[in-house]
Design a protein around this ligand. Structure first.
Ligand code: CTP
Length: 409
C-alpha cells in the first residue's frame, strides 16, 4: 500500500496477545504493523508470555511489551495504554480471553486494558475447533460483536496437534486489513450504514450424526458481505456452516440451524438499515432431535417427521421499521411471477431470483445468473457473471432504488 494512503501511519495500535499456540504469529503481525508505520504497543497475558517472550515483541516494536498490571503504578498502566490506543487488536484471542472480555473481567493487564478501551477493537479468535464451536464461546463472540467489536476469523485449516478445522488464526493479511479498516474512517456509498447479510445453508439435526441440509456453499452471501464492507458499511454476516473464511472487516456470526439463524439475525437486524438474506434456510426441521444415533433397522429412519421452520425473511418483512430488505429466491426455472409474488408477500424491497439448475449458476459454483425484481417495478437481468460481480449489481440496486429512501446520517 502506498505510504500516502496508508491509514496506519502514525497511529497507535495496541496489540493484545493471549496464550495460544498462534501467539507466535502475533510477532509477525507486530512486525507488519510497524512496517505499515504504526506505533505498536504489545500487552501479553501470562499464558502468551509462556509461548513468546516479551523480548521478541520488544525487539520488533522498539517498546516495552507489558504483561504486569503493576509495572508502572505511578501511571496506572492499563488506563494509560488504553487511552493511547487509536485501535486495538487481540490476536490470538483465546476462548478464555473472549469469555473474560464478554463478562467484563479485569484480572490481568490485557483484560484491564480491554475494559478501559474506547477505540475500535478487532478480535482475532484462535483455538481448537471444539472450543470455538462451544456455545459459550459462540455466545461470547456474538455479544462482543453486538457491542461493536470487529471479529476476524477464525479460518478453517491446520490446527495444533495435527487437527484440522475452524479455529486457525486468520491470515496476517486479513488481520492487517481489519486493523486498517477499523482505524480508517469508512468511506464509500454505504459508509456508516449497518448491513446484515445471511449466507450458507442451515443444517437441521436428526441425531448427533445426521442432518437435513442443502447444497448452498455460502459464496453469494460472503461476496455480498465483502462488497458491502468495501463500500464502507459495518457488516454482520450470519453464516451457516461453510468452508469460507471471513471477508476482511466483516463480523461473522456462525450458526447451524434455522432457529439459531433466526436468534442471531433478529437482534442484529434491529440495529441495521439493510438486511440481505442470501442464506438457503431449511423450510423444515426434524420434529424430534434424537440425542443417541438412530439405528437404521431398529428406529425406522425411513420416516422422519418434520415441522416448519419460521420464515425469518417474512418476519423481518412484517415489521420493517424503515429497513431495506433484500430476499433471494432459488428457482429451477425462471419464474419471475413467483419471484414478484414472493417480493410482495414477504414485504421486500428487492428480490434476487436466481437459477440453481445450471452447472454455472446457483449452488457451489463461483458464477451465477439472476433477475433482480424491485418493489418499484424495476427489473434488472444479470447474465452469467461472477458472484462478486452479481454482489456489486445487487448493492448498486440497493443504493440506487432504495437507499435514497433512508434518512441521511
Ligand atoms: N428464508 C428465510 N427463512 C426461511 C426460509 C427462507 O429467511 N425459513 C429466506 C431465504 O434466506 C431467502 C428467501 O427467504 O432470502 C427464500 O424464500 P423461500 O420462500 O424459501 O423460497 P425458495 O426456497 O427459493 O422457494 P420455495 O418457494 O420453493 O420455498
Amino acid at each position: 500500500m502506498p505510504a500516502d494512503s496508508e491509514p496506519l501511519v502514525g497511529r497507535h495500535v495496541l496489540l493484545g496477545v493471549s496464550g495460544g499456540i498462534a501467539a507466535y504469529k502475533a510477532a509477525a503481525l507486530a512486525r507488519d504493523l510497524v512496517k505499515a508505520g504504526a506505533t505498536v504497543q504489545v500487552v501479553l497475558t501470562a499464558g502468551a508470555a509462556r509461548f513468546v517472550g516479551p523480548a521478541t515483541f520488544e525487539g520488533l516494536t522498539a517498546r516495552p511489551a507489558h504483561a504486569d498490571v503493576f509495572a508502572e503504578p505511578e501511571h496506572i498502566l492499563h488506563v494509560r495504554l488504553a487511552r493511547e490506543a487509536d485501535v486495538a487488536i487481540f490476536a490470538p484471542a483465546t476462548a478464555n480471553l473472549l469469555a473474560k472480555f464478554a463478562h467484563g473481567l479485569a484480572d490481568d493487564l490485557v483484560t484491564s486494558v480491554f475494559t478501559c478501551l474506547t477505540c475500535p477493537v478487532v478480535l482475532a479468535p484462535a483455538m481448537h475447533t471444539e472450543m470455538w464451536l462451544h456455545p459459550a464461546t459462540q455466545d461470547n463472540v456474538a455479544l462482543l460483536a453486538r457491542r461493536g467489536a470487529r471479529v476476524v476469523g477464525p479460518a478453517d485449516g491446520d490446527l495444533a496437534g495435527g487437527d484440522v478445522g475452524p479455529g486457525r488464526l486468520a491470515d496476517g493479511g486479513e488481520l492487517l486489513a481489519a486493523v486498517r479498516a477499523a482505524v480508517a474512517p469508512p468511506t464509500g456509498p454505504l459508509a456508516g450504514r449497518r448491513v446484515v447479510v445471511t449466507a450458507g445453508g442451515t443444517r437441521e439435526p436428526i441425531d448427533p450424526v445426521r442432518y437435513i441440509g442443502n447444497r448452498s456453499s455460502g459464496r453469494m452471501g460472503y461476496a455480498l458481505a465483502a462488497e458491502a464492507a468495501r463500500r464502507g458499511a459495518v457488516v454482520d454476516l450470519v453464516s451457516g456452516p461453510t468452508a469460507l473464511s471471513a471477508p476482511a472487516g466483516v463480523s461473522v456470526h456462525h450458526v447451524e440451524t434455522a432457529l439459531e439463524m433466526r436468534d442471531a439475525v433478529l437482534p442484529l437486524a434491529e440495529k441495521a438499515e439493510i438486511v440481505i438474506k442470501a442464506a438457503a434456510v431449511a423450510d423444515f426441521r426434524p420434529a424430534t432431535y434424537h440425542p443417541q444415533k438412530l439405528k437404521k433397522e431398529r428406529d425406522g429412519l425411513a420416516h422422519v417427521a418434520l415441522e416448519r421452520n419460521p420464515d425469518i425473511l417474512a418476519e423481518l418483512g412484517a415489521v420493517k421499521n424503515g429497513r431495506v430488505l433484500v430476499g433471494f429466491a432459488a428457482e429451477t426455472d425462471l419464474e419471475e411471477e413467483r419471484g414478484r409474488e414472493k417480493l410482495h408477500r414477504k414485504g421486500l424491497d428487492l428480490i434476487v431470483v436466481n437459477r440453481v439448475d445450471f452447472a454455472d449458476a446457483g449452488f457451489n459454483v463461483d458464477t451465477n445468473r439472476a433477475v433482480l425484481l424491485g418493489e418499484d417495478g424495476s427489473r434488472t437481468e444479470v447474465p452469467l457473471t461472477t458472484k462478486a460481480e452479481l454482489a456489486a449489481v445487487i448493492l448498486d440496486r440497493v443504493e440506487a432504488v432504495v437507499l435514497a429512501r433512508l434518512p441521511g446520517r
